[in-house]
Ligand binder design. Structure first.
Ligand code: FES
Length: 929
């Protein structure tokens, strides 16, 4: 009997491959709306309907779909093409950011009945979203409309919908692998089973005999040149310690060889047949141990050549500094608090995994195109050209829509090796990480150990603040020094202690590498600093808010950090006082304690943070805005869109400057062939750096158009003004189309360029407040209320900015409560799947009340500041402070797992202490598993 299924009413007869899942079968036939987020039915991004029932198509054998009707998101719209009601609702509420999860949510929610709608935590348990914090999704399901109508000249400050919205909800937005490339070859990687070993020999002959295998790449094929997978404008920010394929492996999971074949199955079989002889070397996974004399040296490279601070001690970077004398400051203090805080490895878990495709341009076979899930297309091109000695005009790097990044894609983790294969084979080659590889082959947040000592006078005035920070950067130093440096910057500068000291180290270990991740180290150190401030207040009997108000930096004050001052950092707007006022108001009117179950302990806690609005050391963006023939505008800007919403903001800025509506602006971005340089979409730079370049270009074009129109109409320049689709000069209206033609006839291009160098920089502020209840019998915690105050300057798009805050708080709650990448004593990741690495689901995330402060920044475009990273930073300490208030126990480690909380509270009670009284301290969890 022949195989037949109907997909979106179209018949398909091709037999599935043995063992093929329905997801792959559908994607192979071009139904790219069906997304691959995991391989185990955990994330729901691949949800489709089979005979009207939602299923996870990655778990559904394609052969079982025989004779059935399958509907994907592309088939969800009504037959006449009208959007399905849930699609329209997701547009109206903007129930997405990157949108990679959206098709799955649409397919699930389109089948919910009334009972299920009453129990969304249960109904949505099979779908994960990493970006939104779920509130926007809930609003979409409930039919709440947030998106505002366009209004000429009044785009800025309005809740405009993302321009990609219609593509996202219909499954037609094209992410990295949503393209069909004829003759595509597939790459799979053989990874190291050892934490530290030298490759003695490697035999690839059996692998090469596997039918379909085209090549096997080993360290013999890789350039000798060292580089860093981290991408910064200045490559010298990171150590050169990495080879494409190395003859020494330094963590379990490092690439050993790459097999390229006609199919993934053949490439996997090839990997299994490679015989490698290793000479095992001693290893170390603990950062403190790695610094001690006699520890195994992980990178024995000369310090100057590699920019590793002290290779013999595994110290990749360090910073030491003292302002005043902390010894004097502690001597003057009435109370001194000292403790050690620990944070864990956390994975970005963007739903689209890392990956790249390299192929040769059809009409120019000497030009290589790299399509990549990246936040940094220009820096990736630069690195590839340096690595392979290629001229920049021979390489084009393009990002499609990127399915989440959070800093994890500010790395070159796949592009280097697919290019090596493409150069050798002259064929298109694809490498897409599996979800498991994402855990042991990509990067994590840096685990930190933070020793803190803080002293204060009886009235709460700080006298001294001292930190000793050790960051475990893993086997490679990508972002290691920069994260460490940033972590002790704004976290210390926000307080005015006269005596400050810091000693910080970024240390190599034989573990999976850490990298850039939302907050860039600030979240870790803020956990310690804000916990310490709370503890000082408790010990002094002072309201923790009062202690903060007494010591925080004020407007116009210099930012002083013992790690070194950043001269270009200024308080160009100040909303920290307002942030704390929001918390105070929330406290004053709060009734949520009444919602606590009987017998539970109730507490409230606050934390705050400051963050620079862009990265130091140069972050550049160029933009060009052009009037098009049809009277609309084209914006070419380099920065990538991965759910951070910069496309919408750039549209709004342009529309505002040109007096039109955002829907008349087309954005081209993240393609090194069609836009000019942009350092990248990281460090919260999309609005404040790229946005400022766009603003300058748009303002420049407005000026050009008005000048040209005045000449054209022979009217005084001052009597001309821009309308939505025309220019009015002295009462005469000329359409933009007409103006374009007139300019064209005179060989004038109505376009303008804008540039911004990201300096000087301002700072943004955040404060988080929780009221929680704790069951002392089980350690279960309920969040009774969550309030977040954000000083984002002039908020360009309230809907979108609120989404960033909600998403940041949700991501931080995961890291605070349960997320952790666990490694064993060989550094092997033992949680490489969503079933073993718990991501916040709908049921885990409360609705956070988000408040924006009334400030306008003197540096940022139109008064705006950044707000994509910073909401993460105060969440863990605010939560720990609430727990301290409820239980009397100071928790010094995250995640705050239920059994950890229960044990600590039990011990505290056994010691005879009362909840809420200063006493206990969380028992330290030794070991990693
Ligand atoms: Fe849900 Fe990005 S919008 S994963």
């Amino acid at each position: 009997m022949s195989y037949r299924i109907h997909v979106n009413e179209q018949p398909f007869d091709a037999e599935p491959r043995p063992g093929q899942c329905l997801r792959t079968y559908l994607r192979d036939r071009g139904w790219f709306g069906v997304k691959k987020g995991c391989d185990s039915g955990d994330c729901g991004a691949c949800t489709v309907h089979v005979d009207g029932e939602p299923v996870h198509s990655c778990l559904y054998p394609a052969v079982r779909a025989e004779g059935r009707r399958v509907t994907t998101v592309e088939g969800l719209a009504e037959p006449g093409g009208e959007l399905h009601p849930v699609q329209q609702r997701f547009l109206d509420a903007q129930g997405f950011q990157c949108g990679f999860c959206t098709a799955g949510f649409l397919m699930t929610t389109s089948k919910l009945d009334a009972d299920q709608l009453d129990d969304l935590p249960r109904a949505l348990k099979g779908n994960l979203c990493r970006c939104t914090g779920y509130r926007a999704i809930e609003d979409a399901i409930r039919g709440v409309t947030h998106v505002e109508e366009p209004c000429p000249g009044r785009s800025v400050g309005r809740s405009m919908g993302a321009p990609a919205g219609p593509l996202v909800v219909t499954g037609t937005a094209r992410y990295t692998f949503d393209i069909d490339i004829p003759g595509l070859l597939h790459m799979k990687l053989l990874r190291s089973p050892h934490p530290h070993a030298r490759i003695v020999s490697i035999d690839t002959s059996a692998a090469l005999r596997v039918p379909g295998v085209h090549t096997v790449l080993t360290h013999h094929d890789a350039p000798e040149r060292l580089f860093s997978s981290a991408r910064h404008e200045h490559p010298t920010e990171d150590p050169d310690d990495t080879r494409v394929l190395d003859d020494v492996v330094r963590f379990v999971g490092q690439r050993v060889a790459a097999v390229v074949a006609d199919s993934e199955a053949a490439a996997e079989e090839g990997c299994r047949r490679i015989a490698v002889e290793y000479q095992q070397l001693p290893h170390v996974v603990d950062a403190e141990a790695a610094m001690r004399p006699g520890a195994p040296v992980i990178h024995a490279k000369p310090a100057e050549a590699s920019r590793i601070a002290r290779p013999e001690n595994n110290v990749v970077g360090e910073v030491h500094g003292e302002i005043g004398s902390v010894a004097q400051g502690f001597a003057e203090a009435d109370v001194v608090y000292e403790d050690t805080f620990r944070t864990q490895r956390v994975q970005h878990a963007s739903l689209e995994t890392h990956g790249a495709v390299a192929y040769w341009e059809e009409d120019d076979p000497e030009r290589l195109v790299v399509r990549s899930s990246t936040q940094v297309p220009f820096l990736t091109r630069r690195a590839l050209c340096a690595l392979y000695d290629l001229p920049e005009d021979r390489v084009r790097v393009v990002a499609g829509r990127v399915g989440g990044g959070f800093g994890g894609k500010q790395e070159m983790l796949t592009e280097d090796i697919v290019v090596l294969a493409a150069l050798r084979l002259k064929r298109p080659v694809k490498l897409e990480f599996t979800r498991a590889e994402q855990f042991y082959g990509a990067t994590t947040r840096h685990p930190f150990t933070i020793g803190i000592k803080a002293g204060a006078k009886r009235d709460g005035t700080l006298t001294a603040l001292q930190l000793r920070v050790v960051s475990n950067t893993g086997a490679y130093g990508n972002h290691g020094p920069a994260v460490m440096f940033h972590s002790v910057g704004e976290s210390m500068a926000v307080y005015r202690a006269p005596h400050k000291k810091v000693d910080a180290y970024a240390v190599y270990t034989n573990c999976v590498s850490a990298g850039a991740f939302r907050g860039y180290g600030l979240g870790q150190v803020t956990f310690a600093v804000e916990s310490a401030m709370d503890e000082l207040a408790h010990r002094l009997g002072i309201d923790p808010l009062v202690l903060r108000e007494r010591n925080i930096i004020g407007p116009g004050e210099p930012m002083v950090s013992p790690g070194g001052e950043e001269e270009d950092l200024h308080i160009a707007s100040y909303g920290l006082d307002q942030c704390l006022r929001v918390v105070r108001d929330a406290l004053a009117e709060d009734r949520s304690a009444a919602d606590a179950p009987e017998g539970w302990l109730v507490g409230q806690g606050t934390a705050m943070s400051m963050i620079a609005t862009g990265p130091p050391g140069g972050h550049y963006a160029d933009a060009t805005v052009t009037l098009l023939q049809d009277g609309t505008y084209d914006v070419a800007v380099g920065t990538a869109e991965f759910g951070n919403g910069t496309t919408t903001v750039h549209q709004q800025i342009t529309a505002g400057a040109l007096g039109t509506t955002a829907d008349r602006i087309v954005i081209r971005q993240s393609d090194t062939d069609v836009v000019r340089h942009d350092t990248g979409a990281f460090g919260s730079a999309g609005t404040v750096v790229a946005g400022k370049a766009v603003m300058r270009a748009a303002n420049g074009l407005a000026e050009r158009i008005l000048t040209f129109a005045a000449e054209h109409a022979r009217a005084p320049r001052g009597l001309c003004r821009l309308l939505a689709d025309a220019v009015e000069c002295d009462g005469r209206v000329v359409s933009l189309k007409e103006l374009y033609e007139a300019a064209h006839d005179k060989e004038v291009t109505l376009a303008a360029d804008g540039h911004w160098g990201g300096s000087p920089r301002s700072v943004a502020f955040n404060a988080q407040w929780f009221r929680i209840a704790v069951d002392p019998g089980t350690g279960e915690i309920k969040i009774l209320r969550s309030v977040h105050a954000a000083d984002a300057g002039k908020v360009m798009n309230p809907l979108q900015c609120r989404g960033q805050v909600e998403g940041g708080v949700a991501q931080a709650l995961g890291a605070t409560l349960f997320e952790q990448v666990l490694v064993d004593d060989r550094g092997r990741v033992v949680t490489p799947a969503f079933r073993r690495y718990r991501l916040p689901a709908y049921a885990d995330v409360p609705r956070t009340e988000v408040h924006f402060m009334e400030t306008s920044d003197a540096i940022g475009p139109l008064g705006a500041k950044s707000m994509s990273e910073s909401p993460f930073n105060p969440v863990a300490p605010a939560f720990a402070n609430a727990l301290r208030d409820a239980t009397g126990v100071r928790f010094t480690e995250v995640p705050l797992l239920r059994d950890t909380v229960w044990r600590a509270v039990e011990e505290h009670r056994a010691a005879g202490a009362e909840p809420g009284r200063p006493a206990g301290r969380q028992p330290s969890r030794e070991g990693s598993v």
